[in-house]
Write a protein that binds this ligand. Structure first.
Ligand SMILES: Cc1cc2nc3c(=O)[nH]c(=O)nc-3n(C[C@H](O)[C@H](O)[C@H](O)COP(=O)(O)OP(=O)(O)OC[C@H]3O[C@@H](n4cnc5c(N)ncnc54)[C@H](O)[C@@H]3O)c2cc1C
Length: 476
């Protein structure tokens, strides 16, 4: 039967029977987990996929409609399925003008909105093709709490409704940036002059083009903001404030570098690893190679490298190397880099390196007090709108997320030893305050970065979702 002729099965049949799996969060991770479970469960199962936005598939990263927001991974490496590397390329519609280059070569970068549609499509196809004993239901709800109930759990939504489930998988994804540490926190209460969410395209589009804008942070989030403001015809130079002055690096086609980790003893210190990588980068340069290929060849080994480091070394990495690692590891598409380069050249973008100390409104302007890097006195910068683009918040103890806070307060979860996510065992089971595995409660995706570190992008997340689905589906 052709795909389009298949009829969805009636959902009510399973109301009273079968196991219920609740997936909280319908971004890439939650959506792919649902797809794998729908395909792999062999006994009556209900898969409930919750999202507070009412959109199922795109998540935070791929819900943007801005065509200037491109993927930061080549199309050829964005398949949602580890065992079908060309799945995304085959999906890309050759008639879509934005997809041509990406689809033809696989080396180009599709738009993030296309990728969001891809994920929605995969989910819809899985729903249509579900076997009659698997019922899939997307649920538009903000889950704010969870209490153990019998052998399972009861999920509690912001509107007070409750859902009994047997297994719960947290796929909450990424959290927006934390507000900067300034004295005058009252400044944050004025949404006309402070934008706390750099992914709120509507709020950025609403900034009048003649208003001075200060963007906090100089990474890929800053790039997104600049692309949107530029598309909207912003006329006033944009000022970017960066602590380290590091700007995103750019993808470049380069020959793969041989695996220099496999078969060697893994370094047990960050400096050992750093020296090893630097030596390889030098060698690559001597042979006409590129540092990007060296970093990329490390990628399959990153979980083992991370887990091989003692806690004190992981802490050192976060303190000293993280910003440098981030700019080399997360790169921007050349098209985007070209636009940004032109803006620097035309002085429509200006970089200030230093630390933000305070923000205040005075005489109709916003005054930003900044300590320039290496200076011993402050400067005042006059602007109007401040956009917080400092990147994803990873300090799990301070994210203002109701579900995380309630789970921590109940002692059902605990921070990982670095407090950059939640503590999980090897099978992604959550560990409670007392150090015990909580039955039937799991986390996937960026929440597990303490255990694996590099678990942010599609190439890693697709493996995690597929492996975990096999584990869960295999249990019943
Ligand atoms: C702006 C941006 C661009 C990116 N670009 C790329 C890229 O080009 N390539 C790449 O490989 N990676 C990219 N990434 C990395 C990204 O982390 C992953 O690709 C992936 O999208 C993460 O998916 P996720 O499902 O884990 O999280 P998310 O996409 O953050 O999805 C989590 C979902 O959970 C929902 N949710 C959270 N809490 C609750 C709750 N309590 N109740 C109900 N719903 C809830 C949210 O609404 C959201 O839809 C990007 C990340 C960002 C932020």
């Amino acid at each position: 039967m052709a795909e389009s002729e298949r009829q969805p099965h009636p959902p009510a049949a399973l109301e009273a029977t079968g196991r219920r799996i609740g997936i909280i969060g319908a971004g890439f991770t939650g959506a792919l987990l649902a797809v794998h479970l729908i395909r792999q469960c062999r006994t009556p199962t209900q898969v409930l996929l919750f999202d507070r936005t009412g959109r199922f598939g795109p998540g935070l990263a791929y819900r943007t409609d801005d065509r200037g927001h491109l993927l930061n991974v080549r199309a050829a490496n964005m398949s949602a399925f580890p065992d079908q590397p060309d799945h995304f390329l085959r999906w890309l519609d050759p008639l879509d003008p934005g997809a041509n280059a990406a689809g033809a070569t696989g080396q180009a970068f599709a738009t993030r909105s296309q990728y969001g549609r891809y994920l929605q499509d995969i989910l819809e196809t899985a729903r249509r093709e579900a076997p009659p004993f698997v019922h899939f239901e997307p649920v538009f709800a903000d889950i704010t709490d969870l209490e153990p109930e019998g052998p399972g759990h009861r999920l509690i939504a912001a509107d007070g409704s409750g859902y009994r489930v047997d297994d719960v998988v947290l796929c909450l994804g990424n959290f927006p940036p934390r507000p900067p540490a300034i004295a005058n926190t009252g400044f944050f209460d004025d949404p006309r002059h402070y934008l706390s969410n750099p992914w709120d395209n509507a709020a950025i589009e609403a900034i009048p083009p003649d208003r001075p804008v200060l963007i906090l942070g100089s990474g890929l989030t800053m790039v997104d903001v600049v692309m949107t403001l530029t598309r909207m015809g912003h006329r006033t130079p944009l000022v970017v404030l960066s602590r380290h002055g590091l700007l995103p690096t750019v993808h470049r086609a380069s020959a793969p570098w041989p695996d220099f980790i496999a078969g060697t003893e893994l370094p047990a210190t960050v400096s050992g690893l750093f020296l090893l990588v630097r030596a390889q980068v030098r060698q690559a340069a001597r042979h006409g190679g590129d540092w990007r290929s060296v970093i990329d060849s490390l990628r399959p080994h990153l979980p083992a490298l991370w887990r091989g480091l003692p806690l004190s070394e992981r802490q050192r990495f976060l303190r000293r190397l993280r910003p440098y690692w981030d700019v080399h590891r997360h790169r921007t598409a050349p098209e985007i880099a070209g636009t940004i380069a032109r803006l620097w050249e035309r002085e429509m973008l200006r970089l200030v390196t230093g630390r933000l100390l305070d923000l205040e409104r005075k005489d109709g302007a916003t005054l930003a007090t900044i300590r320039p890097r290496g200076a011993d006195s402050d400067v005042t910068l006059t602007t109007d709108v401040v956009i917080n683009a400092t990147g994803l918040a990873t300090d799990i103890l301070s994210v203002p997320d109701a579900l995380i806070r309630n789970l921590l307060a109940r002692g059902l979860v605990r921070p990982d030893p670095l407090a950059i996510g939640l503590d999980v065992c090897d099978q992604c089971g959550l560990i409670d305050r007392a150090g015990q595995s909580v039955p039937n409660l799991y986390a996937l995706g960026p929440l597990t970065r303490g255990a694996w570190w590099e678990i942010t992008a599609v190439p890693e997340l697709r493996n995690q979702a597929a492996q975990f689905a096999r584990h869960l589906a295999g249990r019943y």
